[in-house]
Design a protein around this ligand. Structure first.
Ligand code: SAH
Ligand code: SF4
Length: 344
């Protein structure tokens, strides 16, 4: 069976032609797929012969809303989606002044095992296909009757550990004939798989790269992020420089402030020294408390002090506003709870 939503538009055209149908049918099929139809019978402008052929040769991948939480404080909506094999992932839809942004998952679970992360704690099941990444966006758009303008690959999973499917997703989601969300409106977050960052840089896409740093040196970093043992920070920062060189896009560093672990003034000074002169931005995020980790957020004074020290070195940093704080909007927590309650 062909996963029809994972085909790029030229591939869909080739598929339609190979199946003996006129080329213009590809645009019709693609139009329906973007509307989020879940059944070929909903494609009303296709003749019955084509619909029944599609039914026997293809499937439409769908993200079913398993659970949904709407924040009382802002318009944030958190979804637990399930796919045809019952596996679940989380997505978070957020409203900003410039429009709707969605944070989607790229894998069911994650292999990287960061100690502060709820996703890392519940292990890895499988990669998502490109169509399953698209399906999360379409399902949220359909549910809220809105158009998403920004996408962040910051949900469950490590996008660069699922490189081929993520690249395919990026090409389809940004296609004018697809959801048409421009590359500049897409952010990919990685824990720092250096060779894959370099490979991504060579694709010269215009997507924003976010790198989860969370420490000023390898010693502290490897306490929370196993990937730090495979790729030292020196190489990681070089790869980020290379990404900027190849794409012209400024890299963002994610830094979760964990009380007593990585939030001292000394950490801020060391980080400032390392990042000084780099074309980058630092997002400071008070760590989300995940059950069983024992980690606590840094207090407001620590957050402020950290930001000020970076600023003194000319490194721009902002403490990120938390949306959906009442619905555990940071990813991985909902699926973990679902698993504990006996879900798949
Ligand atoms: N695997 C990718 C993208 C998914 S994680 C990555 O690690 O970058 C998305 C972001 O959430 C990452 O920056 C990650 O470090 C951060 N994160 C994970 N658990 C967190 C927590 N408990 N509190 C704050 N940020 C967290
Ligand atoms: Fe995986 Fe990212 Fe969580 Fe680390 S922070 S375990 S890389 S999802």
């Amino acid at each position: 069976m062909t996963d029809i939503k994972s085909l790029t538009f030229p591939e869909l055209q080739a598929f339609v032609l190979d199946s003996g149908f006129p080329k213009f049918r590809a645009a019709q099929i693609s139009g329906w797929l973007q509307k989020g139809v879940t059944d070929f019978d909903e494609m009303r402008n296709l003749p019955e012969s084509i619909r029944s052929y599609l039914k026997t040769s293809c499937y439409i991948s769908v993200a079913n809303i398993e659970k949904k939480f709407v924040s009382r404080y802002d318009k944030t909506v958190k979804y637990l989606f399930s796919f045809c094999d019952g596996e679940c992932v989380e997505s978070v839809l957020m409203s900003y002044r410039h429009g709707w942004s969605i944070c989607i998952s790229t894998q069911v679970g994650c292999k990287m095992g960061c100690t502060f992360c709820a996703t890392g704690k519940s292990g890895y099941s499988r990669d998502l296909t490109a169509s399953e990444m698209l399906a999360q966006i379409e399902a949220a758009q359909r549910d809220q009757n809105i158009r998403v303008s920004n996408v962040v690959l910051m949900g469950m999973g490590e996008p660069l550990d699922n490189y081929e499917n993520v690249l395919r997703f990026l090409r389809i989601v940004s296609d004018e004939k697809g959801l048409n969300i421009g590359m500049r409106h897409i952010t990919l977050s990685t824990c720092g798989i250096v060779p894959k960052i370099e490979q991504l840089a060579r694709e010269r896409l215009q997507i924003n790269l976010a790198v989860s740093l969370h420490a000023p040196n390898d010693e502290i970093r490897s306490r929370t992020m196993p990937i730090a043992k495979a790729y030292p920070m020196e190489r990681l920062l070089e790869a980020c420089g290379y990404y900027f060189e190849m794409t012209g896009r400024r890299v963002t560093f994610e830094y979760a402030l964990i009380s007593g672990v990585n939030d001292s003034d000394a950490c801020a000074k060391e980080l400032g020294k390392r990042l000084r002169g780099m074309n980058c931005h630092v997002n400071l995020i008070p760590v989300n408390t995940v059950e069983g980790t024992g980690y606590q957020k840094s207090n407001l004074q620590r957050q402020q002090s950290f930001e000020n020290i970076l600023a003194a070195d000319g490194v721009t940093a902002t403490v990120r506003r938390t949306l959906g704080s009442d619905i555990n909007a940071s990813c991985g927590q909902l699926r973990r709870k679902h698993l504990k309650e006996g879900g798949q």
